[in-house]
Design a protein around this ligand. Sequence first.
Ligand SMILES: NC(=O)c1ccc[n+]([C@@H]2O[C@H](COP(=O)([O-])OP(=O)(O)OC[C@H]3O[C@@H](n4cnc5c(N)ncnc54)[C@H](OP(=O)(O)O)[C@@H]3O)[C@@H](O)[C@H]2O)c1
Length: 200
Amino acid sequence: MTRDDAPGHVLVVGATGVLRPAAAELARRGHRVSALARRPGPLARLAREWGGAGGAARARARGRGRPGAGGAAAAPPPRPGPPAPGLPELLAAARHAAGPFTGALLYCPDAPAEAVAGLLRAVGTGGPAVLLLTSAWAAPGAGQPPFPAARRLLLGWAAGPGGPRWHTPAEISAGALARFEGPPGDGLLGVVRPWAERPA
Ligand SMILES: NC(=O)c1ccc[n+]([C@@H]2O[C@H](COP(=O)([O-])OP(=O)(O)OC[C@H]3O[C@@H](n4cnc5c(N)ncnc54)[C@H](OP(=O)(O)O)[C@@H]3O)[C@@H](O)[C@H]2O)c1
């Protein structure tokens, strides 16, 4: 095993959603994976699943009904109790438990820019940070997508014989892992034109 493909500590936001297959694959390969999400239930299920799969799941919920990486709060109001830790505390705890981050896969389309910036800072020069952007960034007149220093993967749609469709979590995860392991730079999954054919 070379130094470059040695297992490390990968931060995954979206591991309870479209990046679930990617996070599981990283854990299977022996990486320590810290998953960050807003909903504790799916995170707990993920941690149980990874328990026997090699690697270590470090699932960190920000607290019931609270935003994880700074996104909108989920519907139920927070229960009374100790305040949920903030993003810097969660990231510090993950580093304390599993070492410095050696990379990240980030899908958090609703998170404010400062939260995404904090996630990218947490990885710093430790390794590749892949940021998944939704096709809204390719809309006519949308402007330049943010965070040019990250490896940005623009999520388009699949155009096949059956007509345009959104990608599956397996397809999105495979695209994210390819960006993670490939040379630096941005990528596009699928197509974003003609815009009128974007799936509903
Ligand atoms: N271009 C494409 O083809 C494309 C793109 C996207 C999605 N899709 C399809 O659409 C379906 C639903 O997509 P979705 O956008 O709802 O994605 P999703 O991946 O099912 O859900 C979002 C994921 O990101 C996490 N997340 C989001 N914001 C967060 C934040 N602020 N802090 C921490 N974690 C955060 C969520 O966890 P918490 O909610 O617990 O925080 C969850 O794991 C997918 O299953 C996929 O099939 C297709």
